[in-house]
Write a protein that binds this ligand. Sequence first.
Ligand code: 5GP
Ligand code: ZN
Length: 110
Amino acid sequence: MCLFCDMLEGKIPMDVVRETGQSVAFRDINPQAPTHVLVIPRRHVENLGALAEYPEELADVVALGASVAEEEGLEAGFRMVANTGELAGQTVFHAHLHVLGGRRMAWPPG
Ligand code: 5GP
Ligand code: ZN
């Protein structure tokens, strides 16, 4: 069972922001910034790096993230984050890009 696959199948509702044939962008249920959108490929792979096996789909996820950032008015700055592995904070093992913005970001990240 994969939470995001269940969402893509319509079993769990998602607040979709924008979608393409290969990817879906939707609002995170527990936002960490004024804008916090998750961008996922429709294909199930464990993390964003694994999606590099499908370069067009990887590019689609990144391009959709950039489009969402533009639509959300984040031109002053935003983060695209891909937590990879438990130690990095990954909790859902279906590739996803976090698009975070609308506030000043700290560096280094926590
Ligand atoms: P990760 O921790 O794997 O990098 O990111 C998983 C993200 O999924 C978290 O930011 C978490 O808030 C979000 N999330 C978990 N369950 C749900 C859900 O049911 N709906 C939505 N929209 N986001 C979720
Ligand atoms: Zn999945």
